[in-house]
Each structure stands twice: as structure tokens, then as C-alpha cells.
Design a protein around this ligand. Sequence first.
Ligand code: IPM
Ligand code: MG
Length: 349
Amino acid sequence: MLVAVLPGDGIGPEVTAQALRVLDALALPDLTFEEGLVGGAAYHAKGHPLPPETLDLARRADAILFGAVGDPTCDNLERALRPEQAILGLRKELTLFSNLRPAKMFPELAEDSTLRREIAEQIDLLIVRELNGDVYFGEKGMRQTADGLREGYDIMSYNEAEVRRIAHSAFKAAQARRGLLCSVDKANVLETSQLWRDVVTEVSKEYPGITLSHMYVDNAAMQLVRNPGQFDVIVTGNLFGDILSDQASMCVGSIGMLASASLDVNGKGLYEPIHGSAPDIAGQGKANPLATILSAAMMLRFSLGQAEAADRIEAAVAKALAGGARTADLGGVMSTSAMGDAVLAALAA
Ligand code: IPM
Ligand code: MG
């Protein structure tokens, strides 16, 4: 099995290096790694954030381990050349439409949550975010209004096949969990959301065992901090899912903790922490590598058929946290590599 490793920008290489150490320590047979350039790093070396050889590597691979992209020195480039286009391009080119972002409270981190302990402790939810459509991929541009004002626009749309596809992913995820699915939209204002709601409701007929509810996104943002324990699986569009998953991450202690899987219909996937490249702390050894290490565990489980190895990594992370391992985002002083050491030590114990 081939794993494409795309470290990217900012803290991406630092956190990816720690995930690779952990994968290495597991000494899994028949696993090979091949590294590729992506994001600003690829732009500076090759003139494009997603060079053809990187896309080719991603296509050949059985799974992709991704760090982060984003580089302030690229902020003034035309949009097609900005680092973010690399991750958006990979999601689109490989039809990675189903983004699973689990948020579960590690009991050891209850004090790190921005919520009160008794509320934070109840969090065990999964955000299923659609990743191939919405305002992210609609027509966009800059134009002038009739009276000469600059106007930016981005068209939001979903067709019913796109909604049906992600709805099935979400219902199946709910079947493997507590059987509750909350679909988040803005159907009181947006036609895109009305179609979303109608189609999710149609698909629900095929899943009689799942309890479906609908929630407007503003209310969902509020409920996520008021009573996050009510959620099991949340399914939502690309933009709302982007926002709600960052919010969910702070509810469980730190954005440095949330892993994600982006899957196609066959289970091939790209695995990445939900955080960005954090240029402000890049190269300082301050980043928390746990989100990437936990993403590697998801990769073993969903794309590489190594559920047991995935369990071992997750247990080692819990053990390291229980033993007091804390990077700066968790109120500690541990470096990125020291956190990697702590996970390796827990793995060996
Ligand atoms: C994420 C990120 C990306 C997104 C950016 C880097 C394009 O915020 O994966 O959540 O908006 O999807
Ligand atoms: Mg995001």
C-alpha cells in the first residue's frame, strides 16, 4: 500500500513528521511512503500549488496524509495559484466529497475546553461536511456594478445528486454510532438549503432506524456551545461545515486536536488535521502534532484496513495526555517533537 505524504506549508511539515514517526514505530508491513510538494512550498519550487506530479502521486496512492497549506507570502497571487487551491484541487480532482470530522472530548482535556467541564465532557459528535460543492466551487469573480462599485460574488449551489451522496454517507455514519442525524442548513433564507433539506428528508426514508432532525446553522452554532451533548452526527454543506468544525474543535479543547478524513465513494481518502498552516508559530516547534497523529490513525482505519493499529495510536494519544503531555495550545510547554516522543513512549509501553 502506498501513502502519499504531502506536508505542505507552515507547521504542516513539523506535525506531519511526528505522525510519520508514529506510523514508523508501528512497523506495519507493506506500507510505503512517498513525499510530494503541495501548497506554497510547491508554488515556490514549481510555480504551482498542486503540480501535476503531486496530483499524479495522490491518484496513485491508496491514501494521502496531508499537513496544511497556507502561506502569507502568496496572499497577493491570483487565486488559482494560492496554496489553498492545492487542497481544494485534491478534494475536487479525487472526488473526496465526504469529510468526516469527529470531535470527542478526551477527559484529560476537560479543563482546556472553553466550555464548562460538565458541558464539554458530553461532547462526542461527528461532523459530516460535504466537500465538493457549495459556494466553494461555484462561479466566482469580481465585477463592477452599474454605478461603478467593485463587487465580488460567489455562487452557492448544490444539485440533488450531490446532496443525496453526502446524505447517504451521513446516514451510514449515524448507523455506526448512536443513530441520531442532525442536518444543518439555512432553509429559511437559501434555496440551496431548501433543496438540501428536501433531499436529506427523501433519503431518510431509506434509513428508518435513524432519527433525523433539521437545524438552521445559526441555531446550530449556538447549540454547539449551549448543549453539544445533544449531537451525534451533524451533516452539512461545505461552508457551514468549515465554520462549525472549527467551533467544535475549541469545544473539545484545542484546534490542535481535531483530525479529519476526506473520502471518495470507494473509501480512498485524504487525511489531515482540520487546523491550518499557522504561519505565526511555524518553525518554532510549538505546534501540537496530535491532530495529524490522530488523522494518521483514521487513515489506517478507513483506507488501509489496519483498525487495530489505529486503535493503538488513539490509545497512545490518550495515554500521553493522561500522563500530562501538553503542547502550548493545551496550556503546556512541550515542543512538537516532545509530544511525538510522549506518544511513542505510550505506544511502546
Ligand atoms: C479546512 C480549511 C480549508 C477549507 C482551507 C485551507 C481552504 O479551512 O479544511 O477546514 O476552507 O476547507
Ligand atoms: Mg477550515
